[in-house]
Design a binder for this molecule. Structure first.
Ligand SMILES: Nc1nc2c(ncn2[C@@H]2O[C@H](COP(=O)(O)O[C@H]3[C@@H](O)[C@H](n4cnc5c(=O)[nH]c(N)nc54)O[C@@H]3COP(=O)(O)O)[C@@H](O)[C@H]2O)c(=O)[nH]1
Length: 494
């Protein structure tokens, strides 16, 4: 797996993990909130129902003073008044010997028919009773030393309470037997039961950990949104800063800005005297650890990306600072060659940059040479020709670099105004006593002479090469035989 793929996978997995953690936390939060709310609602419901039953109990307490009296018209009227004064009570009845014998309601038969069956329970729901047809009643039985009082409430009040609190949370009210019969199974199936301490009633609600998606979204949208934002931030931070390994381009760009790429100089000597004719400026990247990085490792990328232009400008500025004092007592004009790509030459400000560079030296002491690379495709030859002419008019020499390695160099030689050709070291490498490459070199040198172009031979490394090339009246030599490229403090000029 490539580093890039691994980076994508780590970033995506991390971002998704953060999102999932956020969703789980949100889910937990929503569940806890929902449970708290359900619990609160259950207690409120229970309290409200208890208040109603308190009223029934109070009503029974009030009526209990009449228990010792016989069920006269007067007693019944008093019972009626008590019922009327209690807001939620429908009926009061006295019970003795398995029978209701006195009541606020006149039809004793109807009451006995409706309620007598429930007298065994301290609290019961009476459905389809004939006292209040169509409305269920809750019947509370209170025991006194003198007898039992039954008070009845309409379930409509309870329904109202349940409806009020149930709007958000579904609650069930369990009464007496309901609790006993269903309590255990309810708990097993995720229901919670809250029992009253005063009455045999309880409120149950569902509390299992399954929150419907709409709750998850409506109650948890803020943390869901934050989780999504956080996961994006984590992804971006990971991608950009933690997993980020800068590309060679980024490193190169920073190195140029920080001035880590500096000029080294390789002397070019006169073939007859070996006196220094000039130097070729060659870039070297000095890493922060002091390692010297070869241009072969970064110049191709610099040329492709266009970074070569700012890089060359930095080199010119540095050379303009450090070379002038080195040139005192040198043969003049001293040749200073830079490798330029044609796009740089054709920039409108190029000529001004050259003039500014030349001005760093005492007037007339140097000859700037633009070494143009033969490996570059010279597409718009006529435009380039015009640029080169302008440079020549401003006393800048044009050298055709790496001569012999391209495809159409001979065409260019006739089409462009060239002052110097630099024969590539590839040709010279093959120049030995027993090689056959001499004919090619002879031909190139002859052709250059015919065209009145000066010849620099690069890559001169041996005595044999020097002797041979001198005989062929080559103008200048450049190569390890004389000097390798060196930094300014090691540059020795003959
Ligand atoms: N556009 C730019 N190109 C540049 C710049 N600086 C360097 N370069 C190009 O990088 C290539 C490699 O350069 P370098 O490693 O500096 O090699 C040069 C000499 O060191 C090498 N040379 C010279 N003499 C000898 C020798 O006797 N033997 C031997 N084995 N090598 C030798 O040749 C290179 C000279 O290059 P050039 O004359 O430019 O062809 C190279 O293509 C450079 O052009 C830059 O600032 N800009």
């Amino acid at each position: 797996m490539t580093h890039y793929k691994a980076k994508i996978i780590i970033t995506v997995i991390s971002a998704i993990s953060v999102l999932i953690c956020g969703m789980i936390l949100t889910w937990y939060q929503v569940i806890s909130l929902e449970q708290r709310r359900s619990m609160q609602t259950a207690y409120k419901t229970l309290n409200s129902v208890e208040t109603l039953l308190d009223e029934a109990k109070n009503t029974a307490d009030q009526a209990s003073v009449l228990l010792s009296e016989p069920c006269s018209m007067q007693v019944r009227t008093k019972l009626e008044r008590i019922v009327i004064s209690a807001r939620h009570i429908r009926l009061i009845a006295f019970y003795k010997g398995r029978k209701i014998y006195c009541s606020s309601f006149s039809d004793m038969d109807a009451i006995n028919k409706s309620y007598a069956g429930f007298i065994n329970s301290s609290l019961a729901i009476v459905k389809n009773n004939t006292v209040s047809p169509g409305i269920d009643a809750i019947v509370l039985q209170t025991q006194y030393p003198q007898g039992i009082i039954v008070t009845s409430l309409s379930t409509a009040w309870i329904s109202e309470i349940m409806h009020f609190f149930n709007a958000q949370h579904h609650m069930d009210l369990l009464i007496d037997n309901d609790i006993k019969s269903s309590g255990a199974s309810l708990l097993e199936t995720g229901y919670v039961i809250i029992k009253s301490k005063k009455y045999p009633i309880a409120v149950s609600f569902y509390s299992a950990f399954n929150i419907f998606s709409y709750k998850f979204i409506t109650d948890g949208w803020v943390s869901l949104l934050l989780s999504a934002i956080l996961s994006i931030i984590v992804g971006v931070l990971l991608w950009r800063y933690i997993l980020h390994s800068p590309s060679l381009y980024e490193n190169l760009s920073k190195a140029i800005d920080r001035g880590e790429i500096i000029p080294w100089y390789q002397p070019i000597v006169h073939s007859n005297s070996y006196g220094t004719y000039g130097v070729e400026v060659l870039a070297r990247w000095i890493s922060p650890s002091g390692e010297v990085i070869s241009p072969e490792n970064f110049i191709p990328l610099a040329e492709q990306s266009g970074l070569i232009i700012p890089l060359t400008k930095k080199l010119m500025a540095q050379v303009g600072k450090e070379l002038p004092e080195k040139l005192e007592g040198q043969l003049q004009p001293f040749h200073v060659g830079f490798n330029f790509i044609t796009a740089h030459l054709q920039e409108p400000e190029f000529l001004d940059e050259c003039r500014a560079f030349i001005k760093k030296f005492p007037p007339g002491t140097i000859r700037l040479t633009a070494e143009i690379l033969e490996r570059e495709p010279f597409e718009r030859v006529s435009q380039l020709k015009e640029t080169l002419r302008q440079l020549q008019e401003n006393h800048i020499d044009i050298a055709l670099d790496d001569f012999g390695t391209g495809h159409s160099n001979l065409n260019y030689l006739s089409a462009l105004p060239i002052d110097i050709i630099k024969i590539d070291k590839l040709f010279i490498n093959g120049l030995s006593p027993d090689s056959g490459s001499q004919k090619i070199i002879d031909y190139v040198i002859e052709m250059a002479k015919t065209l009145n172009i000066k010849v620099v031979v690069e890559g001169v490394e041996t005595q044999f090469q020097v002797e041979y090339l001198k005989k062929k009246r080559v103008d200048y030599f450049q190569g390890y035989y004389f000097s390798k490229p060196v930094p300014i403090n090691k540059l020795t000029l003959r």
